[in-house]
Design a protein. Sequence first.
Length: 148
Amino acid sequence: MDIVVRAFFAFLFIFLLTRLIGRRELSTLQPFDLVLLIVVGDLIQQGVTQNDLSFTGLILAAGIFGLLTLAMSYTSWRFPRLRPLLEPEPLILVEDGKLIERNLRKERITPEEVASEARLQKIPALDEVQWALLESGGRISFIPKSRS
């Protein structure tokens, strides 16, 4: 039962940690960040299982993580009012060609990063963007201005 309790709290820790890190950082991992996440994963595993290297310990820890992931997904689907706590809403970064500085600061995104993403999506300048949204997965979606 000890593994179940530790796995539960480890899951909550990981959930809070990923929310604090921010969606943009997680979508653009650098090699160092990837190694850091692997090390954190190993440290969490050691904290959850301690010296229990048994197959039962593995099943319990992995099972709790799987069940809690399903529970979060179901809760988000079933209770829409909790959805903003569990998964971030898309955030407007550009409106009518103008950067929204407050939202950029909130997500720690530079104007250069937004412009670079626009160029990758074949949009030469932000003046041509009606909306740019930071999606919950960390990608930036661009909706160009209509050419009528």
